[in-house]
Ligand binder design. Structure first.
Ligand code: TMP
Length: 213
């Protein structure tokens, strides 16, 4: 399937600032006359948000990486069918705060799910559909966790993954770098440590170049 508009995903560890950057990009693209749908994973549709509550809430669940991956893929399928694909079909740019690379980073590199198994699940729900461009907002997990757990956007109900041990966060960061190495034409790594305006300027410049705006 070739999209009528770009599908751009934003990835990164905790506290990398994706949500704020996406909000700013939406306004910037709309000022250029584009229709823009912003969304997030897990979530984005009623069904997928219900699954999100099960996955991200800090409760005493003992789910392993396989169980998480199955729930995440179910949420992702609903998100694709009811929001992402119809929006692209209407010619809307779609900016998603996380997508399948979060499963590869968190459940595979961060925990122990084999990458090939997660890729098989993804093929089952999405075929060969992929984002046109994936940004990784890269940040040292020490700084990211500090931002996530003390910042004004803190959501205490949704801290299941923040509470995994530190090596989990280091491994998922390394995983994102490995994924980018495997598909350098699709991924762009952005240093998320500088201030918000600086990061936004980098994102805008990359989008202008990639989509000839
Ligand atoms: P958020 O903090 O960016 O809103 O994302 C929710 C949490 O869910 C975050 O800790 C990352 C985690 N997550 C996964 O573990 N696997 C996934 O596939 C996705 C989409 C999110």
């Amino acid at each position: 399937m070739s999209n009528k508009a770009p599908f751009i995903t934003f990835e990164g560890g905790e506290g990398s600032g994706k949500t704020t950057q996406i909000r700013l990009l939406k306004t910037w693209l709309e000022d250029k006359g584009k229709y823009v749908t912003t969304t997030r994973e897990p979530g984005g549709t009623v069904g997928a948000e219900a699954i999100r509550d099960l996955i991200v809430q800090k409760r005493d669940n003992q789910w392993d990486a396989e169980t998480d991956a199955l729930l995440l893929m179910a949420a992702r399928r609903d998100h694709l069918v009811h929001l992402i694909w119809p929006s692209l079909e209407q010619g809307h740019w779609v900016l998603s705060d996380r997508f399948v690379e979060s499963t590869y980073a968190y459940q595979c590199f961060g925990r122990d799910l084999p990458l090939e198994k997660a890729r098989e699940l993804y093929r089952f729900i999405a075929g060969d559909f992929k984002p046109d461009l994936t940004f990784i907002l890269d940040i040292d997990p020490r700084d990211g966790l500090d931002r996530a757990l003390t910042g004004k956007h803190r959501n205490r109900n949704e801290e299941r993954f923040e509470n995994f041990d530190f090596s989990f966060h280091e491994n998922l960061r390394a995983g994102y770098h490995e994924l980018a190495k495997q598909e350098p034409q699709r991924f762009i790594i952005i240093d998320a440590a500088p201030d918000c305006e600086h990061v936004q300027a980098q994102l805008q410049a990359a989008i202008e170049k990639r989509f000839s705006l």
